[in-house]
Design a protein around this ligand. Structure first.
Ligand SMILES: Nc1ncnc2c1ncn2[C@@H]1O[C@H](COP(=O)(O)OP(=O)(O)OP(=O)(O)O)[C@@H](O)[C@H]1O
Ligand SMILES: Nc1nc(=O)c2ncn([C@H]3C[C@H](O)[C@@H](CO)O3)c2[nH]1
Length: 253
C-alpha cells in the first residue's frame, strides 16, 4: 500500500491528453515530448490490443499459447461498422481506462515537474468517436444510452481518469487523409475524407467551440490548440517552438 508521502508525490503528477483527428501526427508528436524532458512520460494508444484482441489474465496482461489467436477488432470495425461499432467502442474505452489507471513510471516520483501525456483519452472516445457512431446509425439508441450510462458511471467513480489539461493537434481533414495514406495501415483503407471530416467536426465542437457538456472529471481542464498542418518532422525550429508552448502550458496547470 502506498504511504501518505508516496500518495502525495503521485498526486503531483499532471495528466494531459494529446487529442486530434486520425493520422494528424499524435504518435509523432508524443515521441518528441518523450525526448524533451525526463520529467515527462508518455502513454501511447493501445492500438496493438485492438488489432489482436486476446483474453488477459487477471493479474497481468501475459497471454498463454491457447489465447494467441485473437481477432483484429480495428479491421472488423472499419469493414463492418454496423456489426462491430458497439463492441469496438466498448473495448477501446476499456483498454484506454486500463492504460490510464496504470501507475505512472517510478522515476516521475522524484521529478520536479512530473507530467504524463496520454495519446487520446476516454473523453475523445465518447465525445468524438462514439457520438459519431450514434449520428451515423452504427450505434442504435439503446447502444448509445448504454455506452453513455457506463461511461458516466466510470468517470464519476474513478478519480484517476481526471485530466489536468488537453493538447489539441489541429489539422485540416485533407491533410490527415494524405498522412493516413502515407502511413498505409491496412485496416484503415475504408477511411474516407467524409469520415475524417466528421471526426474533425467532433473535435472542433468539443475543444474549440466548447459546445459539448462534458463530464465533471473534465470540466475546467485548459486546452492548448496547436496547428499541425505544416510538417514539423524535419524542422527543428518548429519542434523547439512547439516544445516551448507545451512547457509554458504544463507550467500553468
Ligand atoms: N507534422 C507532420 N507533417 C507531416 N507528416 C507527419 C506529421 N506528423 C506525422 N506525420 C506522418 O503522418 C503519418 C501519421 O502520423 P502518426 O502515426 O503520428 O499519426 P497519429 O495521429 O498518431 O495517428 P492515429 O490517429 O492513427 O493514432 C505518419 O506517416 C507520420 O510520419
Ligand atoms: N471508432 C473509433 N473509436 C475510438 O475511440 C478510436 N480510437 C482510435 N480509433 C482509431 C483511429 C485510427 O484508425 C486507429 C488508431 O488511432 O484507431 C478509434 N476509432
Amino acid at each position: 500500500m502506498a504511504t501518505e508521502a508516496k500518495k502525495a508525490r503521485l498526486n503531483r503528477i499532471k495528466r494531459v491528453a494529446v487529442e486530434g483527428n486520425i493520422a494528424v501526427g499524435k504518435s509523432t508528436f508524443i515521441s518528441l515530448l518523450e525526448e524533451e524532458s525526463s520529467d515527462w512520460a508518455i502513454v501511447g494508444e493501445p492500438l496493438s490490443r485492438w488489432q489482436n484482441v486476446q483474453c488477459h489474465s487477471e493479474r497481468d496482461e501475459e497471454i498463454t499459447l491457447s489465447q494467441k489467436h485473437g481477432g483484429n477488432l480495428l479491421d472488423m470495425f472499419y469493414s463492418d461498422p454496423r456489426r462491430w461499432a458497439f463492441t469496438f467502442q466498448s473495448y477501446v474505452c476499456l483498454s484506454r481506462m486500463r492504460h490510464q489507471l496504470k501507475p505512472a513510471p517510478g522515476h516521475l516520483e522524484t521529478a520536479a515537474e512530473p507530467v504524463v501525456f496520454y495519446e487520446r483519452s476516454v473523453y475523445s472516445d465518447r465525445y468524438c468517436f462514439a457520438a459519431n457512431c450514434f449520428s451515423l446509425g452504427t450505434f442504435n439508441e439503446t447502444e448509445w444510452n448504454i455506452y453513455c450510462d457506463w461511461h458516466s458511471t466510470m468517470m464519476a467513480a474513478m478519480g484517476e481518469l481526471k485530466l489536468d489539461g488537453i493538447i489539441y493537434l489541429r489539422t485540416e481533414p485533407e491533410v490527415c487523409l494524405e498522412r493516413l495514406k502515407l502511413r498505409g495501415r491496412p485496416e484503415e483503407r475504408p477511411v474516407s475524407l467524409e469520415y475524417l471530416d466528421q471526426i474533425h467536426t467532433r473535435h472542433e465542437s468539443w475543444l474549440v467551440h466548447k459546445e459539448i457538456s462534458v463530464s465533471d472529471s473534465l470540466k475546467g481542464a485548459p486546452i492548448l490548440t496547436m496547428d499541425c498542418n505544416l510538417s514539423f518532422q524535419e524542422d527543428t525550429d518548429k519542434q523547439n517552438d512547439m516544445m516551448s508552448q507545451v512547457k509554458a502550458f504544463v507550467a500553468g496547470l
